[in-house]
Structures are given as C-alpha cells and as structure tokens.
Design a protein around this ligand. Structure first.
Ligand code: ZN
Ligand code: ZN
Length: 472
C-alpha cells in the first residue's frame, strides 16, 4: 500500500504560520508549490515556496474564499516552476484536522485543474491553531475520468533544527506496551512515547555501530525499522556486531539484525523491512525515502554522498558518525581513538563540508576504484580505509547517535541541536562544536527540498552489492 506524507522546512513553516494563523481567529488561505519525493512505498510532497495572495485574491469572512484569478496565477507559477500545487488553509482548532464539506468542495474543484496543468496531484493542507499540520493528496482515479481520490497523509513533517511531526492517528496508531515500557514512559511521558513509536527509522549499514543503534532503538520503542545493507555476516564481524552469532555467518546482515530487533523490541507492533542493497543502488536509495530519519552507519564516501543528498533534497535528517583509531606502525599499540556524532540536514552543515567524505572519493568509489587492490596500493595512506575498531567504541558512538536523534525529535527543554560532538578516548573528553553552516559554494544548500527534481542522480550499478546478493 502506498503511504503519503508532506514535509517542509521550518523556515517555510514559520512564514505559513505568519500568514495563516490570524490574531482575529478567522480562517485564512494561500497557495504554494511542491516537489515530489518518491519512495518505493511512500509519496512525499515537499512544499517548496509560497504564493501569497495579492489584493482581491481572497476574501476572509470567518472562513476564507479565493478568487478564480488567484487560482489561475498559482497554477501558472507552479507550471513555470515545474512543480505541483498546494492549497493551504487554517482552522481555529488544535491538532490533526479533518475536512468540512466546503473544504471538500473547494479541493475537489481545484484538483482537475491542478493535475491537468502540472501533471501532479493537488495537495490540500490544513494548519490548526497549535501549528499542527494535516494533509492529503488528490490523486487521479486510474480509470474513471475527472474523478480524484483523497489520499490522507500519515504524517506531516517540519524539518529545521528540530524534526516536528504531526501524525494522522487514524493511519498511524501509536503502539507501545505501557507495562514493558513503564520506566521509559515515566521518564518522558506518554505523548513522547506515542510519537517515538510512530517514527519511521532507517539504519544504513548494519556493522558494529548500526547493529547497536538497532538494539537501542528496539528497546526505546521504535516500531518501524528499515535496514539497508548488502553485505553478509563474516566471522571477523563477531567481535563487534550486536545480536549476531556464529550461526549467522554467511547470511545477510539485514536478516540477522532483523532477528535481533524482533527479540529486543518493546513495541508490540514492530515491523522490520530488510533491503539487501546499497544506498547507492536505485532500490536502496528509493527505500530510504520512505523514512522520517536515517542513521548513517557507513564508512565509505559514496554512501555518505547519497545520504547527504537525501538529507537536503528530501528533507530527511541524517544522523552520521565515525570512529578513527590511530595505532603504531605495527598495529600493536593504540595511540588514540576518536569518534564523532552529528546530525545533518536543513539548517545544519552537510557531511561534505564536515569532511566526512570527499566527492572525488565518492566518484572513485562509484567507478569501482576503491575495490581495486592495485589502485588502493598506489593511494596515499591518508585516503585508505581504516578498519581498526573495538566494541565499546562502537557502543559509545551508537549511543551518541541515538541521543542526537532523540534531541532532534523530542528537543528536551527546547534544545534540538546539541552540536557536533567529538569524543576522545585518550583524554576521556568530549568536544562539542556549535553547528556550523555549509561552505559558501557548497552544492547541497541549493537543493533543499527539491526532492525528485534536484537534478542529480547519485545511484548506479554496484558490482560488490550484486555479488554479495548472488552469494545467498
Ligand atoms: Zn477547513
Ligand atoms: Zn555543505
């Protein structure tokens, strides 16, 4: 079944609140445009820019009405931008909003014109007086002419320093066990648990850090997991992959971790989907677009580049981290070990500007050079992959990454951005840098919210992943 969701930046949300939520409590309306973000099972509408009403475009009298010329102008602008049309209005009540009869009449009337001109379904959105959004797509009936069907969104996401989600209670029910989760709920309350239990979370890379992130999230009450990794469990993974045992060697990592999550999950309705692909393959990339937040537990440049693109173009925040262990030449002594955790996406510095990957290296990897032993032999030491690691390092980093996600989502005491965290094993200290901005000429801030229309394709053929799948 296809799911629907709408998403926008916090900046746009603030502008819309300023226009739609009136001090005189009357309803108001406006149009906007959106870019599609198309996942395998979820269609998102990414609101991209507002078309505010001009003189004579609308009348406000309790509930608002727009003039035909305003609709025409909005459609013309959407067509020029090659984007879809959004019709937004406000209600003087809190929470997820249903539709009144006049609402249905208005949106049913706009749908054919919007679809006919833009080729994309109309999105109708309503904001409550508590700034909670609700939304629906009006999709064309596959057979009957001029019939448009209302498809309610399961959530509306606002992404800034914080990830704020309004859930549609009818389509996405909270799911928790108040007995098992007594202590968790007594820490942060029922409402937080309800929201946590409905978040769609992807983990990309199920190695040491990813497997521990999975365990922590399962205990915390996450119900929906998407696991993306093409690799198989090897004997050498057993010292630092949680929930994976001798009997799993030779099986796919995603299936092994799915088992582990099913054992540890505290949510009564846990659902784990496994994708034995790379995030750099079309299937892996499009599956990730079904999620609200993504953990980047990979250490290669190409997957990081794909995740960076998703964070900005599709407004899906990415929590990333990495461990660097320094040893003497003979690998007999540890000199230092440092790990870092950070969240990237709208209003935050990107993975490339953070130095987490270089686009030249992503290109080399996509062309197969980083898997060519002769090529690697000739590379300077600084660019070679390092694999030294110890379980507690990964456990600490995994906890830091989940804490980054909890700050992003529940913003304790209003703080959603805890900055860029760097932990140093030798000194036992953590440095925290304030979140910075991308460099002046960074590409990623230019594609915020562009979704499917961002003009870049990062996925491609991945022979290593194909080969791993063939071994099962
Ligand atoms: Zn209404
Ligand atoms: Zn950047």
């Amino acid at each position: 079944m296809k799911h629907f969701s709408a998403v926008m930046t916090y900046e746009l949300h603030k502008q819309l609140v300023g226009h739609l939520i009136r001090e005189d409590d009357q309803e108001d309306l406006c149009f906007a445009t959106y870019n599609p973000g198309t996942g395998t099972s979820r269609q998102s509408g990414i609101v991209s820019s507002i078309i505010l009403p001009e003189e004579g475009d609308r009348e406000v009298h309790g509930n608002a009405e727009f003039s035909p010329q305003y609709l025409e102008r909005a459609i013309r602008i959407a067509v020029e931008r090659k984007e879809g049309l959004v019709f937004l209005h406000s209600h003087p009540f809190p929470g997820w909003q249903g539709m009144s009869d006049p609402d249905v009449v208005a949106e049913t009337r706009i749908s054919p014109a919007a679809y006919g001109a833009t080729g994309l379904p109309l999105i109708g959105m309503t904001i409550g007086n508590d700034e909670a959004w609700s939304a629906r797509f009006w999709t064309k009936h596959p057979i009957e002419k001029r019939v448009y069907e209302r498809q309610w969104c399961e959530s509306v996401r606002v992404v800034g320093k914080q990830l704020k989600v309004t859930f549609n209670d009818r389509l996405l029910k909270p799911s928790f066990d108040s007995g098992k989760q007594l202590r968790t709920i007594s820490a942060w309350g029922r409402k937080t648990q309800e929201d946590v239990s409905r978040l769609r979370v992807a983990i990309v890379g199920l190695g040491s850090v990813g497997s521990i992130v999975a365990e922590i999230l399962a205990r915390t009450g996450i119900s929906y997991f998407l696991l993306i990794d093409f690799d198989l469990v090897e004997y050498k993974n057993l010292d630092r992959t949680l929930g994976v045992f001798d009997s799993d060697v030779g099986n796919s990592k995603v299936d092994a971790i799915k088992e582990a999550i099913s054992r540890s999950a505290t949510s009564p309705n846990v659902k784990v989907e496994c994708v034995q692909h790379s995030i750099c393959e079309e299937r892996g990339f499009l599956e990730a677009l079904n999620c609200d937040v993504i953990f980047s537990c990979v250490d290669r440049p190409w997957p990081r580049q794909a995740l960076n693109l998703i964070a900005y173009a599709h407004l899906i925040p990415v929590i990333d981290g990495g461990i660097k262990v320094r040893t003497n030449k003979l690998n007999t002594k540890i000199i230092g070990a440092d790990w870092r955790a950070h969240t990237v996406g709208s209003e935050r510095i990107c993975l490339e500007c953070l130095g987490q990957y270089r686009s030249e290296m992503a290109k080399l990897e996509s062309e197969g050079y980083l898997d060519d032993p002769d090529y690697i032999e000739g590379m300077s030491e600084a660019f070679r992959e390092a694999h030294e690691n110890v379980f507690p390092f990964s456990a600490h980093l995994a906890a830091m990454e989940v804490l980054q996600m909890l700050s992003l989502f529940i913003a304790p005491s209003g703080i959603a951005d805890v900055g860029l965290q760097n932990y140093h094993f030798v000194s036992g200290r953590m440095d925290v840098e304030e979140s910075a901005q991308c460099q002046e000429y960074c590409f990623f801030p230019t594609i915020i919210g562009k979704g499917d229309n961002c003009g870049v394709q990062v996925w491609g053929r991945h022979p290593k992943a194909e080969e791993a799948r063939a071994r099962i």
